[in-house]
Write a protein that binds this ligand. Structure first.
Ligand SMILES: Nc1ncnc2c1ncn2[C@@H]1O[C@H](COP(=O)(O)OP(=O)(O)OP(=O)(O)O)[C@@H](O)[C@H]1O
Length: 214
């Protein structure tokens, strides 16, 4: 599924000085399924805003976001529901976990809708991510780094063509980050899917073949 931005400029970025001499000056790019993408910028330059546009949860922008030749603003809520269940999965910067549910319950609540992962697959993924023991613990009691890995696992509990990841390694040590990055890359490969990941200037774990500097 091709995602295209044409002259995109989110309203909150309009008056910002960096928007006048950066990606936002033209706001155009095409995300094609042959590539993985990194969106790289220092804090506050619009990474989360851009991912939220791609996930269809913001439409406060100039220009156009086009999904497979259809302007995103023409899509109905039911179209977006379908896209978010079958085509685009996401790991938000704020994670959006249910704090009072266990790790496993957080996965199950999504997996029940999609039936994507078996219990054994969930167990194996949790083990690889080093959060096997946390699956029976309440999410709100986990460290933020453990919660980040749980959110990555949850993103796998549905089919997708694109996986959006907003600074997914920000609370992980380099070894754990690399294990998580390798798992993400492998899951995408197995599913013939692609990722769009944001990161600050200083980190680089997933090493996509296309870089977008904001
Ligand atoms: N709804 C909004 N109303 C006003 N300003 C907003 C809104 N959404 C985003 N912004 C502003 O847009 C700018 C970019 O925010 P964004 O969260 O996209 O940055 P970021 O690159 O993801 O930063 P970080 O690396 O710190 O997460 C910020 O200055 C933010 O205050």
């Amino acid at each position: 599924m091709k995602l295209a931005l044409s002259g995109l400029l989110p309203y909150p970025l309009e008056e910002m000085t960096h928007a006048k001499n950066s990606f936002w000056q033209h706001g155009s790019c095409i995300f094609t399924p042959e590539n993985n993408y990194e969106i790289i910028a220092s804090s506050g330059r619009g990474k989360t805003t851009l991912l939220n546009v791609l996930f269809g949860i913001r439409n406060d922008y100039h220009g156009q976001f086009i999904i497979e030749d259809i302007p995103a603003n023409n899509l109905k809520l039911s179209d977006w529901a379908h896209i978010r269940t079958h085509k685009i999965s996401s790991v938000f910067q704020g994670l959006r976990l249910f704090r009072h549910l266990t790790g496993k319950q957080n996965i199950d609540i999504k997996n029940r809708l999609t039936g994507r992962l078996t219990d054994q697959q969930i167990k194996n993924l949790a083990k690889t991510l080093g959060i096997e023991q946390q699956m029976s613990q309440k999410a709100g009691l986990m460290s933020y780094g453990q919660q980040q890995r749980l959110a990555v696992l949850r993103a796998f509990a549905q089919p997708f063509e694109w996986l959006l990841l907003d600074e997914p390694f920000s609370h992980l040590d380099p070894v754990t980050a690399q294990i998580t990055a390798d798992l993400i890359r492998n899951e995408c490969n197995v599913r013939s899917a692609n990722f769009i990941v944001t990161r600050l200037m200083s980190e680089d774990y997933l090493q996509a073949n296309e870089e977008i500097i904001l």
